[in-house]
Design a protein around this ligand. Sequence first.
Ligand code: FPP
Length: 236
Amino acid sequence: MNVPKHVAIIMDGNGRWATLRGKKRSEGHLEGSKTLEKLALHAVDMGVKVLSVYAFSTDNFKRSQEEVDYLMNLLVKYFNTKFEKINKKGIKVVVSGRKDNLREDVLKAIKDIEEKTKDNNVGILNICFNYGGQEEIIDGAIKLAKDINEGLDIKNFKREDFYKYLYHSLPPIDLLIRTGGEQRVSNFMLYQMSYSEFYFTNTYFPDFGKSEFNKALFNYENRDRRFGGINEQENK
Ligand code: FPP
């Protein structure tokens, strides 16, 4: 099977999942976090090396204080207690995003989980939190400018060389999944998705379990990725 090395998920639809069941939006996020844990464990079993997920965007601060607090608390609780299985499985957890605007306990939970899992090498779970794709490119450009100031020669600087200036230097995304029915990228990993295959589904994220994930992988297997070239087989 041709397995995508880097899969990214825009985990949308938690709120609607909850509303449909007469529950509070926060219950949708809680259910979504359980789905995330299952998928992270399952993805490495399927041979995926990096799983990136959009847990909180820089723009999510526009939501009610109650919802913002809930998501912050959920992250802290999850990192402190529930990520044991992920650690035992050998998954390295990294968190991508800006660190300003985050509470002290959130920063500590992030630091602790990254430290605890840093030597794991079975797979990487990249949790994008207080994250924006344009912000990541700006932050990278600032780091590059510093290096140039310090004498870096950019005469032969190629697009591949910029990855090391992005958060955690992760590879390009092969497959981007968005749950919840919308078809947009919402300022997610813009640099890394330049040649990704997209998979959109109406399923709300809490219901996007292992079999739904496998469906996306099977769908990816049949894609003809040409990276701007032509398929030699088809054109003979
Ligand atoms: C989008 O659904 C989802 C989010 C903004 C949050 C996603 C967070 C999780 C799945 C849990 C994250 C886990 C940790 C460890 C923090 P939405 O609220 O926009 O749904 P809607 O479009 O139906 O309103």
